[in-house]
Design a protein around this ligand. Structure first.
Ligand code: AP5
Ligand code: MG
Length: 216
């Protein structure tokens, strides 16, 4: 199974992708997470990407497609893939077709998380994650059960993303509207797009996605 989670910044792609890895043994392929790891490790890709990401603009198609290709190469053929935040341009959509073909994979579903853009700024500016294991939280919508302690690993240090400020979020939204939303028709023509309401409770969104990928 190969699925794309599509939606603007803060739609819940990372939150839902993580749950699918837990429930279905699939693998989350987040180009945002891969780029942030490269920035942290100060690799040549990370050094190049940092300023672009801090501005909220898109990193080059070649860089992100090479990251995805390398991850799929390293993954077992029988492990399902959840693409989180990729593809984001028409060129990346075309490159993904080539990469999937090379790895004998085919796309099963594109799930678009439908959200109210005004609510997203609130979601993003309230987001934080565990500095140790990366588990995602939100100040009000999804805080750890015990304040200051990660539910998943017991870690007590948390961090916020440098691009999660209001100004950068606006640029990220704009990039989504101009470059990413227009790729939906490519997949609509193939009849594999399902729209899911991304404004409900996190559990309800998961249930809706699961009814698409594994209908009862
Ligand atoms: P990336 O890391 O992909 O960021 P993004 O697309 O802006 O999306 P986010 O991670 O902000 O949101 P999300 O949908 O994952 O939401 P989340 O689950 O965290 O990209 C970052 C940057 O990297 C880009 O700007 C670009 O520079 C570069 N980049 C990455 N991929 C690229 C590519 N393919 N091409 C070029 N450049 C690329 O949820 C958000 C918050 O809301 C959390 O706090 C969560 O707890 C909460 N929440 C989630 N669901 C709900 C809900 N249902 N109700 C209430 N709260 C909720
Ligand atoms: Mg994310």
């Amino acid at each position: 199974m190969n699925i794309i989670l599509l939606g603007p910044p803060g739609a819940g792609k990372g939150t839902q992708a993580h749950r699918l890895t837990e429930h279905h043994g699939m693998r989350q392929l987040s180009t945002g997470d891969m780029l942030r790891a490269a920035v942290k490790a100060q690799t040549p890709v990370g050094i190049k990407a940092k300023e672009v990401m801090d501005r909220g603009e898109l990193v080059s198609d070649e860089i992100v497609s090479a990251l995805i290709d390398a991850e799929l190469e390293a993954m077992g053929d029988d492990v399902g893939a959840i693409f989180d935040g990729y593809p984001r341009t028409a060129a990346q959509a075309e490159q993904l077709d080539g990469i999937l073909g090379k790895h004998n994979r085919a796309l099963d579903h594109v799930i678009e998380l439908e959200v109210d853009v005004d609510a997203l700024v609130k979601r993003i500016t309230g987001r934080f994650s565990c500095a140790n294991c990366g588990a995602l939280y939100h100040n009000t919508a999804n805080p750890p059960e015990k304040e200051g302690v990660c539910d998943q690993c017991g870690g007590t240090e948390f961090k916020r993303r440098p691009d999660d400020n209001e100004e950068t979020v606006r640029t990220r939204m704009d990039e989504y509207r101009r470059k990413t939303a227009p790729i939906l028709p490519i997949y609509e023509e193939r009849g594999i797009v399902t729209r899911v309401d991304g404004m409900g409770e996190i559990d309800d969104v998961t249930t809706a996605i699961e009814s698409v990928i594994a209908p009862a």
